[in-house]
Design a protein around this ligand. Structure first.
Ligand SMILES: NC(=O)c1ccc[n+]([C@@H]2O[C@H](COP(=O)([O-])OP(=O)(O)OC[C@H]3O[C@@H](n4cnc5c(N)ncnc54)[C@H](O)[C@@H]3O)[C@@H](O)[C@H]2O)c1
Length: 430
């Protein structure tokens, strides 16, 4: 098929590259000329394992192209997919549909053919596909548009594999839109859930809410464990073996971040409020997550003794999770802000991500993990990158001013750390 993808960010770019690799002819479009120039030259503007190789291959084999701005070439394509950002609206937390609306208008204005399938991939409030449809018709009364919803379920850091071998594909829309989606994904074998667009949109919000809810539950339970002498890791191992519960998303830590869970949970709360549905469960998931940073910072303050002012604090990991360069809504940002407010001197290391834009000139970015701990009084572990798990801890100890670690991701064994001579604190473990 010929696929036109609007938005070449984390979702749009992975979708474009993977659909091209499945044999489709794909054009990725973005309003950011710098991003498009990088892509046209075979460069990848984001860090995502395996993506650069696949991008180059499909460019060379002629199935993939990129261009700035939607234009009349859209008429050469069978389907247009919308993968633009839907950031949180400041006023009420609802997803801001400005970019989606802009895209729908541009698609309508440039389409002259009889029929076009338009698929929403962005995460949106329920009913957005219908609004896209109304917008298309209001700007173009000639073309027959069929709007579907195919919310993206990939995980950053594992996006290519998730796209190619997903647990399921959600297809919402009328028979023409879902027929188009079936054809698009015919080479991918997995359960395909075919439904209406509202349910498809709700599936995405529900999945992210349920996952965020599990993390917040694990974090709230970790606090009980720590206060009462239980070990959250052992507790969750025991609990996760219950087939009704399963082992995933039960890790406690510094809380969830990233471009999806924080905004999608708040979007769901705004939607619930709009419908006068006011159950505490929705807000509690967000509140627990926000309070988890305070819980972590209390540990840091206790470890620092008396004050953080002028204390050198090292941070390992600023990405919101391993294997990505994404720092949107990352817990590291809130932690660094608090440390700076308290007058600490902050040194960070992350294998691929950085927070230079957020803290320009205010903190030191180090070139390796050992450089970061040089002279530090406390090391904070904020992202569980593999390289940290195999760190030479004797070397770390010798480089630090005082051997103290607050581990927000529970990557080390508390008794081993004690044996090595560290003062060590983690989440939910005695
Ligand atoms: N990042 C994820 O892991 C993930 C996973 C599933 C779903 N989603 C959802 O997918 C959507 C996109 O997320 P993302 O992380 O890829 O965002 P992103 O910010 O990385 O990318 C969005 C891209 O859209 C471009 N854009 C904006 N307006 C445009 C327009 N009018 N025409 C062309 N391009 C335009 C921007 O320049 C940007 O490159 C969001 O709704 C998000 O919630 C994200």
């Amino acid at each position: 098929m010929k696929v036109y993808i609007v938005g070449t960010g984390y979702v749009g770019l992975v979708t474009a590259v993977c659909l091209a690799d499945l044999g489709h002819l794909v054009c990725g479009v973005d309003i950011d000329p710098e991003k498009i120039e990088t892509l046209q030259n075979g460069g990848c503007p984001i860090y995502e394992p395996g993506l650069t190789e696949l991008l180059k291959k499909n460019l060379e084999e002629g199935r993939l192209s990129f261009k700035v701005d939607i234009g009349s070439e859209i008429n050469e394509y069978d389907v247009a997919m919308i993968a633009v950002g839907t950031p949180e609206r400041e006023r009420d937390g609802r997803a801001d549909l400005f970019y989606v609306a802009q895209t729908a208008k541009q698609i309508a204005l440039h389409t002259t053919k009889n029929m076009l399938v338009v698929i929403g991939k962005s995460t949106v409030p329920i009913g957005t596909a219908q609004q896209i449809s109304e917008s298309l018709v209001s700007h173009n009364s000639v073309t027959s548009f069929h709007v579907g919803s195919n919310p993206e379920t990939l995980r950053e850091g594992n996006a290519v594999a998730d796209f190619m071998q997903p647990d399921r594909i959600i297809m919402g829309g009328d028979i023409i839109a879902t027929g188009c989606l079936r054809q698009l994904y015919e080479k991918i074998e997995c359960p395909k859930v075919v439904t209406d667009t509202c349910s498809a949109e709700m599936i995405k919000l529900t999945a992210n809410f349920m996952l965020a809810q599990r993390i917040s539950s694990a974090n709230a339970l970790a606090q009980i464990c720590e206060a009462s002498g239980a070990n959250i890791e052992n507790v969750m191992q025991g609990v996760g073996l219950d087939k009704r519960i399963g082992p995933y998303f039960l890790q406690s830590g510094v809380g969830y971040g990233g471009s999806c869970f924080p905004k999608d949970t708040k979007n769901l709360i705004a939607i619930a409020k709009h419908h006068r549905i006011d159950h505490a469960i929705f807000q509690t998931v967000v509140d627990v997550n926000e309070s988890q940073i305070c819980y972590f910072m209390r540990k840091v303050e206790e470890m620092a003794i008396m004050t953080l002012k002028k204390r050198v604090i090292a941070i390992w990991g600023v990405a919101f999770k391993p294997e990505t360069d994404d720092v949107r809504e990352a817990p590291s940002i809130k932690i660094i802000k608090e440390l700076l407010e308290d007058g600490a001197i902050v040194r960070v290391f992350d294998p691929v991500a950085n927070v230079r834009r957020e803290f320009s000139g205010k903190i030191t970015h180090c070139d390796d993990m050992y450089e970061a701990v040089h002279g530090a009084e406390i090391l904070l572990i904020v992202t569980e990158w593999e390289c940290f798990k195999s760190a030479d801890l004797k070397k770390v100890k010798s480089l630090m001013e005082t051997p103290k670690i607050v581990d927000g991701r529970n990557i080390f064994n508390p008794s081993e750390m004690k044996q090595l001579g560290f003062k060590y604190s983690s989440i939910g473990r005695p």
